[in-house]
Write a new protein. Sequence first.
Lengths: 415, 362
Amino acid sequence: MTSEIRTSDGELLSVKLKKVERRRRTTAFLLAAPLLFFIVFAYVIPIFQMLGRSIDNVQMNEFLSNTHDVMQEWDGTEMPGEEITSTFFYELQGLVEEKNHGKIATRLNYEKGGFTSLIKKTARKLNDFDENGNFLDQFIETHKKWGDIEYWLALKRGTDAYHYRKYLTTFDYEEKFDGSIERIPEKKRINVTLWIRTIFVAAGVTFCCFLLAYPISHLLSVLPTRYSNLLMICVLLPFWTSLLVRTSSWMVLLQKQGVLNDIFVSLGIVADEGRLELMYNMTGTFIAMTQILLPFMVLPLYSVMKTIPPSLMRAATSMGATPFLAFRKIYFPLTYAGISAGSILVFVLSIGYYITPALVGGAKGTLISNRIAYHMQQSLDWSLATAMAAVLLVAVLIVYWLYNKIVGIDNMRLG
Amino acid sequence: MSGEKSDFVKFEQVDKSYDGKELVVKGLDLDIAEGEFLTLLGPSGSGKTTTLMMLAGFETPTNGEIYFDGNPINNIPPHKRGIGMVFQNYALFPHLSVFENLAFPLKVRKIDKAEIEERINKTLKMVSLTGFENRMPAQLSGGQQQRVAVARALVFDPKLVLMDEPLGALDKNLRESMQYELKHIHETLGVTVVYVTHDQGEALTMSNRIAVFNDGKVQQLSGPNELYETPVNSFVAGFIGENNTFTGTVKELASGSAKVETSTGEIIIANPIAVSSTGEKSRISLRPERVNINPTEQIENRFEAEIKEIIYHGDHTRVRVNLLGNDDFILKVPNASSNSKLNLGDKLNLGWSSQDCRALDY
């Protein structure tokens, strides 16, 4: 019978309700639309485009499409046949005419070192080639590296439209030309160290923030408004100062001839010759990041603690619990939501932290984000940079997923 | 009162100040007997909650000593006092179930599991909450939360239970039924209860004795009827129940009777309670229900009044009259058919005995 219900003006109730609801939903959507568009166009699309670069090799594939096609048949056990070498010759010739051979040289150099000079030298001598002769011999004549089958294998691999090898590099692995995956030589390994260091620093900073923020937040939540506002301003002050300024001021404080060391020396804690290395190492990164990220721990903790009525602790002690037991059994469990929200916030922020480790970290204190920046700005290996960024993103998502599993995202309070 | 000791709890010259400028509690002397239900009643800021908090151990007396079962407890922290407490907003632990809430004081005392369960079952039965063991506090109604709070304060068998306005957050009907329930629990267990409230109805219903607080001092300490019938000063008379007052000057003073001249020049014969000499100013207190309308018998005080307002209250009608210059004199007239002929502007003869009209301090 419910389908028969009509409103006073004779419309079906279900239809009318939908109409009214639709108007409300449209308004809500229109209000959110500017932000939505902004996020999609300025955030989601660019991110996916960037992430695509970590596997994208389409340009190489287009430059050398014929070579790529004929090489598919080649199993790589013997030197390539004339069909391959001639196709490569003609395509390289075309690229040299369009002055695009530099691009493939850089790209192929990622696959195998020495390719840059190899292509450049070959490109100069392409006109000396006899189109009726044996192309492979002439290639080898131009440069003896063409006699090494690995360069031909690298050429085959380097012209695939998509590849995943940057992800191996991210974890210090490489794919050998025979298809086996091995760790790169020990001397070259750096990324895994940085990953471990990043996770370690992020976890450590989170823990330090927790240790420092817990008592402060508690104090904030119990002080009378007059004092708590003042204290709150002190906590929030870092928010209102430029990150760069704060980091620079840490440099002033922490350097060898800096304020802290001067104080230690004048107090006689350390000798003048034995000034502490507080900067350009992990210590500096730790100290500065903890201070900078502290508010992100304080705010969620404070917002949770403020809602805990003081009578709960009184109730617990009136029932015979020592203050410590009352804290452990009653107060502390009630702050879990704040602890977890603050921890995830600080952890996620510090796992991708860049400026502070770059400035005060030195070589021993850099994190994975600095490595990403290096590949973006100096080595220009954007594929590798985006592969690392993608791994970082996945790591954050895993943390988020774990958090949701353990605590539940509904319990998150951010202040 | 079933108590054996009349000074089970003893406040001796207790002062309390928070800011060093003002005394919130002034020279408090108070004995609480074992098994008694004593209510601290007073307006907000009168020092009653502070007194309770000092007894619980959450506040330290600035001066004086509190004894509990014969021992001074000023330096004993709250968790070693063994006093149960029910808080204003229940203070149930929101992350623990009803069972765990009740188990908390028992686990702290390292009581073994089987006994914990037995005691909790017994206590929950007493507050009629059997079957609610696994609920979380947020899943309970206000009244149920209140019962859990009471159960939790009783489950570890404390000798003394303190209650800080425990019914304040409940609606009127629930509050009334909880009053009876608390009273019955007290009678069944024989536990000593110190109860703080600002609601006089609550105090009168439940207590063996009531200490009326004002301005940091106990104004009167007595049973509910004495408090209502024989208030010792104007504050108590005005705070407890409804009250009509006249102000005047004592003209003649004899034992058991005083003649007081009102501002309009009439003489009221009153019972001198807190006046000691002629010429003194006095406030005369008279309960509305002690006034006879058109009295037929001989009565000491008899005056004419004019009806100013009639307010229908269901079981009775309140009539505001002008009497001896007092425009706010209230009469309570039972709604019997004989009284239905009251009209605005009518003149009434009012009379009352000198015993019912008490000459108090000004």
